[in-house]
Design a protein around this ligand. Sequence first.
Ligand code: ES4
Ligand code: ZN
Length: 329
Amino acid sequence: PSLIEKVFRAPKAELHVHIEGTLEPELIFKLAQRNRIPLAWSTVDELREAYQFTSLQSFLDIYYAGTSVLQTEDDFYEMTSSYLDNACQNGVIHAEIFFDPQSHTSRGIGFDVFIPGMVRALESAREKGISTQLIMCFLRHLPESDALKTFADSREWFIRYPEWLTGVGLDSSENGNPPEKFARVFARAKAAGLRRVAHAGEEGPVEYIWQALQLLESERIDHGVRSFDDPDLVAHLSDTQMPLTVCPLSNVKLRVFDSMGEHNLRELLQAGVNVTINSDDPAYFGGHVNENYQSIISALQLTENECYTLLQNSLKSAFVNAQTRDKML
Ligand code: ES4
Ligand code: ZN
């Protein structure tokens, strides 16, 4: 088999995927009709044609519109199940899945709707041999008070499902919304024994990566590709083996890099940084995790050794206990 075929089949972990970003245009239209939600696009093709992004914000505007079709527990079950089917097909044996509660509570959809829907899908996927967790992300474009209220409202769900709900994250519009804005809510999450991750250095400056590490005590950095602007930060990431959850197709679609050939993933790997490959929002960026591997492998002509390192990095950076990790590796 070719290198790509071997990578496709290899067991891997996916550590950076937004469940709302797995909603395919067909499912968006099906749910819009079922729930009588108006959309600004009249056909699936028209919606797909709108997926021509120029920046993170140009994507987020459409992503939140797509999310608006999710209304019932079954909608969340169906979305999550179809992601997990695809993940299994991609060799994913462990997935840590982001969700954006504020994008639902702001529309009057409560934790009692989306958590049971997603958890039911995670429970059925366990039988197919995929272990999963959910990471609750705060929307950084909203005020700190909104995050604090969301965290308080989520407590009973973290207590009810500790094996499924394991951590908090930070996503949405990065520039102008530094990690420091969320230091207090992340301190509460740490006090509650939860894992912590944050998007940083996707479009935003290296200072935001330092803040995520120092002020949020983030245990992984989502994206983090702009760390390359600061040699001291690259050395620190390498020394501490801080995982970066890199999403190649996302980075090109959102114009973080003009082309895949210009991606800095090889330089990060060569500097000894713990880089992983992930899909981010597979329905919007042109593929699941295997397509992300394929695209970066082809563009950078990655070697078998480099591919092996990326796959191992994904498994060793998962939030699982040492015994489970040793079984996966
Ligand atoms: C996201 Cl690519 C990306 N960046 C920041 N926030 C997000 N939410 C969903 N996808
Ligand atoms: Zn992301």
